[in-house]
Design a protein around this ligand. Structure first.
Ligand SMILES: Nc1ncnc2c1ncn2[C@@H]1O[C@H](COP(=O)(O)OP(=O)(O)OP(=O)(O)O)[C@@H](O)[C@H]1O
Length: 328
């Protein structure tokens, strides 16, 4: 059973189509990063997933249950950190967490949860009304973790957090995934998404333009990697150029620069150089998720093949693509 299954989901608000024909499957235990420019439809998708919004068309299943039929049952097994959460006036973080524990019938220790998200115990006991943005975020994260949810949905978890907070969120996401939870999160901090996600989905104007691991997205766009080796003796470029996946080799003095279409080509290329000479130093640069995001959210004319049906871009790795929508 998958954690999330969206099948042809469309959501319209009047004449605004927020999401269109979204088909996406997220496996149990997966960390899925959901990306897209402002207004792309990320929060709308999350609200449909949790049964807060009814889709105009299509079906949404979470942990095997249709959310439109049993949204309350679904929410009992889901932890949510919403995009905006100011809390109840006059209540402290401790009280918010205690209420969440009672509501879910969980047996968490509120102090342990608040400590886990890095809220100072004194702060946790004063009304949350005056909290800073980051403190609010930490409180909301503690609430999302109540009851060891099977699915944790985080809408911009790191917005307003300091660098330590961003790092903490990453650690918590990893720990939750190790426990077996599925984590579905949206973020504009691409570096964070790249570090923790098994796969990412890129949403643009309400349509999924890509779903895959970051590595496979690099391969799809041919934005593989550049290997630059400092060598003791000159290297004939032909042998390196013959390596599968290598697109260009330039040799200048003691530097060999190899452009690879896929990151998988970089080690065979390096081994080929190493066979011919001694490698004194090496640097490897890979396209960042930021580069990929720019490519996938470019104007229609510049965008890689996104598929006319708005479904996920095909995967270089069939296995990964199989759980993330149909190849375009
Ligand atoms: N309740 C609503 N009524 C009318 N339009 C809405 C409503 N909710 C969302 N929209 C519209 O749907 C589109 C998608 O909005 P959504 O909030 O899902 O985007 P998002 O990707 O989460 O954006 P952001 O990154 O800025 O948070 C936008 O055009 C937005 O104006």
């Amino acid at each position: 059973m998958s954690a999330v299954e969206l099948d042809g989901v469309t959501k319209r608000f009047g004449n605004v189509t927020a999401i269109e024909d979204l088909t996406l499957t997220v496996d149990r235990g997966e960390v899925f990063g959901f990306l897209g420019p402002n207004g792309a439809g990320k929060s709308t998708t999350i609200n449909v997933l949790l049964g807060f919004l009814e889709p105009t068309a299509g079906t949404a299943r979470v942990l095997g249950t249709d959310v439109t039929e049993a949204s309350r049952a679904v929410r009992e097994r889901v932890g949510l950190l919403p995009e905006a959460f100011d809390g109840v006036p006059n209540l402290s973080a401790s009280e918010h967490v205690e209420i969440a524990i009672r509501t879910k019938g969980a047996d968490d220790d509120p102090d342990a949860l608040l400590e886990r998200v890095g809220l100072d115990p004194d702060d946790a006991r004063r009304p949350a009304d005056d909290y800073s943005t980051g403190m609010h975020r930490r409180m909301a994260l503690a609430i999302a973790l109540v009851g060891d949810p099977d699915l944790i949905v985080l809408d911009e978890p790191s917005a307003g957090l300091d660098p330590n907070g961003v790092q903490l969120v990453r650690e918590i996401v990893r720990e939750e995934a190790e426990r077996g939870a599925t984590v579905f999160f949206s973020s504009h901090i691409l570096d964070e998404v790249e570090r923790v996600s098994d796969r990412v989905g890129i949403l643009q104007d309400g349509r999924l333009t890509a779903v895959n691991s970051v590595e496979n997205l690099r391969a799809e766009l041919g934005m593989g990697a550049v290997v630059e080796a400092t060598v003791d003796d000159p290297v004939a470029p032909d042998a390196v150029a013959a390596v599968d996946g290598v697109t260009d080799v330039t040799v200048a003095d003691s530097t060999v620069r190899v452009a690879c279409a896929t990151p998988r080509a970089k080690m065979p290329a390096l081994r080929q150089i190493d066979r011919a000479t001694t490698v004194a130093d090496v640097t490897i640069e890979e396209a960042s998720l930021e580069d990929l995001f720019e490519a996938y959210t470019a104007g229609d004319a510049d965008r890689p093949d996104s598929g006319a049906d708005g479904r996920a871009g095909g995967g270089a790795d069939e296995g990964a693509a199989a759980s993330g929508g149909e190849p375009a």
